[in-house]
Design a protein around this ligand. Structure first.
Ligand code: ATP
Length: 265
């Protein structure tokens, strides 16, 4: 019953400056980090810490990165789990895994517990077909009810499908801070490309702007990939990354969204 995919990372090194765009999300998380740093100030004004934070939005837009940056800002451990890891056929195994994860968290001291694909928990609740999902979700809620956020535990859930989230998770006192993460707009795409290209010593603003303009619809993870492939190509040619390393083949409307096809020379 070991939870294989719960990872504990202390210094993954991701900070908010490694994340393009998402200014509102960063601000919201930084506010909570401030609370955790100086709880007395907030408590004296009767301000309560959100017990759980929900990041929702399309895949590859930086939800995991934001959670890691938050953990680093708070200088606490980062525990990673996927909701799907808890979905079990055998009665009692899902809840047991949840209990073990919180036990691990308590043994680490202060930490961020990140649960990706949190919509997998309780998905079919009420339909009567999968009671085990309910027990797993209930165990998560019990564990969350059992701690006070100012002890230094923060649960962050992430989902690409917020409409599938069990309403029980969204009640006040549970995931009561909800942060939307969107597909990057033009400025965000520039930001993301800059972040990934600066490490590769490429700073040409004009080229970055051109790539950003031609990549509408791409997410952060795809932009990172473009930057990486271009750098690979440049290194093979023993040169710096340059415009010739990006060839934008054009954009096509596919499955209701724009996709850009980029080929490297
Ligand atoms: P999923 O829903 O699929 O788990 P996610 O929203 O959690 O996706 P991340 O895992 O945070 O996405 O992002 C994947 C990778 O894409 C990151 O490691 C990073 O390289 C890049 N990336 C995504 N969004 C951004 C961003 N806003 N700024 C910089 N890099 C980004």
């Amino acid at each position: 019953t070991e939870i294989k995919r719960v990872q504990s990372l202390q210094n993954d090194g991701v900070t908010f400056s490694d994340i393009g765009g998402n200014e509102d999300a960063k601000r919201s998380l930084q506010d909570i980090a401030k609370y955790l740093g100086t709880p007395e100030k907030y408590k004296s004004l009767g301000i309560r810490l959100p017990k759980g934070i929900l990041l929702y939005g399309p895949p590859g837009t930086g939800k995991t990165l934001l959670a890691k940056a938050f953990a680093n800002e708070c200088r606490v451990h980062f525990l990673y789990a996927s909701g799907a890891d808890f979905v079990e056929i055998y009665v009692g195994v899902g809840p047991k895994k949840i209990r073990e994860m919180f036990k691990q968290a308590r043994s680490l001291g202060k930490c961020v517990i990140f649960i990706d694909e949190i919509d997998s928990l309780g998905y079919k609740r009420g339909s009567g077909t999968n009671i085990e999902f309910d027990n797993t979700l209930n165990q998560l809620l019990t564990e969350m009810d059992g701690f006070n956020g100012s002890e230094g535990f923060t649960v962050i859930g992430a989902t690409n499908q917020p409409e599938r989230i069990d309403p029980a998770l969204l009640r006040p006192g549970r995931f009561d801070r909800k942060i939307e993460i969107e597909v990057p707009d033009l400025d965000t795409r520039k930001d993301i490309l800059k972040i990934h290209l600066r490490k590769k010593r490429f700073f040409d603003e004009e080229v970055i702007a051109e790539i950003a303009e031609n990549t509408e619809g791409l997410n952060g993870s795809e932009l990172e990939n473009i930057a990486n492939e271009a750098a690979f190509d440049a290194l093979n040619n023993n040169s710096e990354v340059k415009l010739a390393d990006f060839e934008i083949l054009g954009c096509h409307f596919v499955q209701n969204q724009w996709r850009c096809f980029i080929k490297l020379f």
